[in-house]
Ligand binder design. Structure first.
Ligand SMILES: Cc1cc2nc3c(=O)[nH]c(=O)nc-3n(C[C@H](O)[C@H](O)[C@H](O)COP(=O)(O)O)c2cc1C
Length: 380
């Protein structure tokens, strides 16, 4: 590829497709995206059908920390893969547990679609300690149930995204959309929203500052960089983490302009460019949504996940983008001032701010990679 084209790629982040058509066409990590095509259609067994949708649930850093045991009839036992936690940015596994809530709600909706009810037994052997461990997160019983109704949000599962692109700053969010989001929940969480320019500006500043703290803290920044999957080959080898694929990223990777080492090198232009891209998105918010729970038990965290995926499905239905920005809610010492500030804003009467995200209109993107369901089933 000509130098001129690379400069355009690096400078503007624009994909120069002309003349590299063949390259462009072959850069999609098909195997990493296959679970989105297989959901439902590739399975007949009821539990596997429901699970094939559940694995598409949003979850922090796309760690997909689930381990699934279906060896007993009509039963699904769900465990956490303790090698897939985020010890630095999520020291108490709060966000990982929220991801399990997203998983369980998606599973419930998918089962209902097929006429199955799911009886849930959460943390049957306990789990309130500060760390999740080898004990089950949930034991589920599937049974055919004529009273179970399909959930209208289920139809949006395959188009749901965490939309991380910059949003259209000329397009404001109608109040009716915010009302729909506030009604999305089924658990006892308080869901707040705003599209008021002065409030949005205040939250943009908060989320920007909190991201700067995460980046300035070497171990929390490195936790993310270590999970970068750059280009098709890496994404297909590890379809999880923070994936960068498509012709632009493959091109940059090919000539060594985008590497994990470069991203960690604070003096480099790669570092600066990466941070600028992240901040550009954070700053391009046209509204925000947040979710507060009264207490902060594992059950509250699971319920947060249930409501979070529902919010994300409502935004999908509305054609609105949503992008979680969790930094200011994280529980490590360097973030404590921001944690206090965010709780002062979103939970002035007490409670835990479990989720915070920006809202706005942006172009739909490809789904994020997933491990195949078979990779997550244990004991077979
Ligand atoms: C509890 C939780 C926290 C998250 N926090 C962030 C975040 O701070 N920044 C971000 O870009 N995405 C965040 N996400 C979104 C995940 O990165 C995203 O769900 C995952 O990469 C899978 O992508 P998908 O939702 O488009 O399928 C969060 C998701 C969850 C469930």
């Amino acid at each position: 590829m000509k130098r001129r084209k690379f400069l355009a790629l690096v400078g503007g982040g624009v994909v120069v497709a002309a003349g590299v058509g063949g390259f462009v066409a072959t850069r999609t990590p098909h195997s990493a995206l296959k679970p989105w095509l297989d959901a439902g259609s590739a399975y007949t067994e009821p539990r596997k059908r429901a699970l094939s949708y559940a694995i598409l649930a949003p979850n922090p850093h796309n760690r997909q920390p689930w381990k699934i045991d279906i060896s007993e009839p009509d039963t699904v036992k769900i465990f956490v893969d303790t090698d897939r936690l985020l010890p630095h940015t999520d020291p108490f596994n709060r966000q990982i547990t929220i991801g399990f809530g997203c998983f369980l709600e998606t599973l419930r909706m998918a089962a209902a679609q097929d006429g199955f009810g799911v009886e849930e037994n959460l943390f049957p052997e306990g789990g309130e300690e500060t760390q999740l461990d080898k004990r089950p997160v949930a034991i589920l019983k599937f049974s055919r149930d004529a009273k179970v109704k399909p959930d209208p949000l289920f139809g949006h599962v395959l188009n749901r995204r965490s939309l991380k692109v910059p949003y259209d700053m000329a397009r404001s969010i109608p109040d009716e959309m915010l009302s729909a989001i506030e009604k999305a929940g089924v658990a006892q969480n308080q869901i707040g929203t705003t599209n008021k320019p002065e409030t949005v500006e205040k939250i943009r500043e908060l989320t920007h500052k909190a991201m700067a703290v995460e980046i300035d803290t070497p171990r929390t920044y490195k936790e993310s960089v270590d999970l970068f999957r750059i280009g098709k080959k890496e994404v297909e080898a590890s379809p999880d983490g923070l994936s960068f694929f498509g012709p632009m990223y493959d091109s940059l990777a090919l000539v060594g302009l985008f590497t994990r080492e470069g991203a960690l090198d604070r003096g480099s232009s790669g570092f600066e460019q990466g941070i600028a891209t992240v901040m550009e998105s954070i700053d391009a918010a046209m509204g925000h949504v947040w979710l507060v729970s009264k207490t902060n038990t594992r059950g509250d965290q699971i319920n947060t996940g249930r409501d979070w995926v529902r919010i994300n499905l409502v935004t999908t239905r509305l054609g609105l983008g949503v992008h979680p920005l969790s930094q200011a809610l994280q529980e490590y010492p360097e973030m404590s001032a921001m944690y206090k500030e965010s709780h002062g804003i979103f939970a002035p009467d007490g409670g835990t701010v479990q989720m915070l995200a920006r809202l706005g209109f942006g172009k739909q993107v490809a789904p994020t990679p997933r491990w195949e369901l078979e990779e997550k089933i244990i004991g077979v």
